[in-house]
Design a protein around this ligand. Sequence first.
Ligand code: GLA
Length: 370
Amino acid sequence: MESTAGRWWAPGRVNLIGEHTDYNDGYVLPLALPLGTTCTARARPDGVLRLRSEQAPGDTVDTTTADLSTAGWSDFPAWSRYPLGVIREFERRGHEIRGLDIDLDSTVPIGAGLSSSAALTCSVAIAVRDLFAPSVSTADLIDITRTAENVYAGVPTGVLDQSAALLCTPGHLLFLDTRTGKTEHIPFDLARHGLTLLIVDTGAPHRLMDSAYATRRAECATAAAQLDVPTLRDLPTAAEIDRLPDPVLRRRARHVITENARVLRIAEQLRSGADPRTIAPFLTAGHTSLRDDFEVSAPPLETAVAAALTAGAHGARLTGAGFGGSILALIDQRRATAASERIREALTAKGFTAPHIFTATPSAGAHRLG
Ligand code: GLA
């Protein structure tokens, strides 16, 4: 019998390494968090779309599939443009969505660089697929959810977050070549080595993020054009960037090229079964590159990374787009509690918000709950 209702879930993510590489056709290496968004959905026969979110109580959206094709999207509350964008995108690709009641609830902190938006779009996308469009492939779901974010929510992201939410598996990192779509699941069992991955959500809002993100994207495209390559992925070594006259573009390009190399290096180490401590210097080098070359760090992130390293982390870096949000730290399990305290003290001593600190284990990608 055709399913008409159910509950679906999709996770937030942490990107171990490979930042600002996805829109340059490069490599990324995320893991799924155990935190995610639950989408409770029921098909309706009357073309009505009714959306609610626990995170926006009192903000019920009531519209119709017909309205979606014509409506001024700015009339919809910002959070709802993500799920509505997904629905619209299914329709635009020829799938009839007869109507839906959707209730959303999320445990992913919003604005923390942990992809609450991909958790949202992907939980809705797998619900819509199961209810109305079972033939849609995972590759298409990645495209649908990314388009929802780019076009309807207006954030020009790459495919990192949506791919992580849809493709990650428990106990593994997802190694993704964003040019070819080729994936590999690399085991990441930190506990076996007495290690843990600490996530520090600094609570620093990344308000400038949307415009600065678009600027970085444009800078990378300009650098690639000036170097006469389709994307920065096509430059094998940083030596080539000397041809760029603008020092800012040189720095942006250097980040992308060295970051791709770091992803490949870390993937190789972990694939070969090496002690994960050996990847730590590349994590910290990735942070330095994001701070100095890509210029997307922020004072609370600097304080958190420095405090984590002082407290014994083997490596630490900002994760996600930057400008605020979270850092990750690779640290021995036995030191994690004391280090969390040190990081908290360092941040509050400088007048920053008290952080939310937790450990991340690689968890499941998007799936149906019931
Ligand atoms: C955000 C975007 C991703 C990616 C990262 C930076 O999370 O959504 O596509 O570009 O920033 O690595």
